[in-house]
Design a protein around this ligand. Structure first.
Ligand code: GDP
Ligand code: MN
Length: 396
């Protein structure tokens, strides 16, 4: 589960990580009130107005703007709220902005130039350890840095038994070329950031940029926080931060029914049990000249109710021109799945796209007879290739 920037910053702040301060606003008037409050609290004269959507690259898309007066705040907030923000990380339609973060301007001039760094905390799956990845090249695409100047990206691995050690925090500050107050600020920043990551059971923190202000303060200007869904039961307060407006509505509905569903761009809907078979089925569809419209794992119990729920979900996608059901009957017998498909089909009334069913495993032969004798417009197959050929036939 992803958090908005403002939520991520609040989480970081609660663990003692210094952040660029801000207040979230739902409309232009609230934005002005927020700006006044920030001026009282921080003394800032200028504010940045930042679109709150689950996508990075907002600056490039016009979703982050500097306001030099309260009039500016009102105008800019009014422009950004309600817009469909297109960034390098959104689709071409963009993402609707429902709220903005009004933040203090932290790029003020001073003794030195403000400097932007990159920092993330994530799991190194190769050895099962968390690592801190950081770079002097902040503010820009880290993928570009990785490609063009990989030697400017550092990693620090953390032993889970000890947590982050003081020498590691100092190494980070040293590698970033810091000294004096900024050096001290960075060691505290890294240490509290890592603690926040572990204590919140997060799967990714990406702070780009981490800023060294012109008066040597170290703070998070941006915050991408992804929480581990499997640990959310331990964090009821964080689970409540979920913003369903940011998620694909069909995926949300599928999740409520216990289905693993990922929406894709193609024309063949698929209903499969098990993630591995689902991947193989998507390959199969491609080989047959189609494109998968979704990834859908119905899980271990493919009974009539689940099959019907899966049908309904798949058919919500108007791009679907055929449905391939590919189920292995191991724990659940194929004849029961077949009956489930037939019952669901009858319950649904009209399904206007051809359906190909491949059932393999226990009682596959009985299942095929059930489908063939059902009188419904459903094609059955037992072999992978046979299923692929039938998909190809209905598409052409
Ligand atoms: P992203 O584009 O979605 O990654 O959003 P960020 O939160 O990283 O902001 C984008 C850019 O806005 C930053 O890289 C900064 O250059 C700029 N920015 C953010 N905060 C301030 C600020 O307080 N003052 C000024 N002048 N620029 C800011
Ligand atoms: Mn950023």
């Amino acid at each position: 589960m992803n958090l908005h920037e403002y939520q991520g910053k609040e989480l970081l702040s609660s663990f003692g990580v210094r952040i660029q301060r801000g207040i979230v606003a739902q409309n232009a008037d609230e934005a002005v009130e927020a700006a006044k409050k920030l001026t009282e609290d921080t003394g800032t004269g200028w504010h940045v107005i930042k679109a709150q959507v689950h996508a990075g690259g907002r600056g490039k898309g016009g979703g982050v703007k500097l306001a030099k007066s309260l009039d500016d705040v009102k105008t800019i907030a009014g422009q950004i709220i309600g817009m469909d923000l297109v960034t390098p990380q959104t689709s071409a339609e963009g993402k609707r902005v429902h709220q903005v973060l009004v933040a203090e301007d932290v790029y003020y001039p001073g003794d030195s130039e403000p400097e932007e760094y990159y920092m993330s905390v994530l799991l190194n799956r190769a050895n099962g350890r968390n690592m801190i990845m950081y770079s002097t090249e902040g503010g820009m695409d880290i993928e570009t840095v990785a490609e063009e100047t990989p030697h400017l990206i550092f990693t620090e691995e953390i032993d889970p038994a000890t947590g982050i050690l003081p020498f590691q925090a100092r190494k980070v500050a040293f590698n970033l070329g810091l000294s004096g107050a900024a050096f001290k600020g960075m060691t505290k920043f890294v240490t509290s950031l890592y603690t926040a990551y572990v204590k919140s059971d997060s799967s990714l923190f990406e702070i780009n940029p981490v800023l060294k202000t012109s008066d040597d303060k170290i703070m998070a200007v941006d915050a991408k926080v992804s929480l581990d869904d499997n640990a959310l039961f331990r964090h009821k307060d964080l689970a409540e931060l979920r913003d369903l407006r940011e998620e694909n509505p069909i995926e949300v509905e599928a999740g409520e029914m216990g289905l693993n569903y990922v929406d894709l761009d193609g024309n063949v809907g698929c209903m499969v049990n098990g993630a591995g078979l689902a991947m193989a089925t998507m390959d199969l569809i491609k080989q047959a000249g189609g494109e998968p419209a979704n990834f859908l794992d119905v899980g271990g119990t493919a009974d009539a109710a689940r099959v019907e729920a899966a049908f309904k979900i798949i058919l919500k996608d108007p791009a679907v021109k055929a449905i391939l059901i590919n189920i292995f009957g191991g724990i659940v017998r194929c004849d029961r799945v077949a009956q489930g498909v037939i019952d669901a089909y009858k319950n649904m009334g009209t399904i206007n796209v051809p359906i190909i069913v491949r059932l393999q495993g226990t009682n596959a032969d009985i299942a095929k007879k059930l489908i063939d004798n059902s009188g419904l417009d459903v094609l059955s197959a037992t072999e992978f290739q046979e299923a692929a050929d039938k998909v190809q036939a209905v598409l052409s």
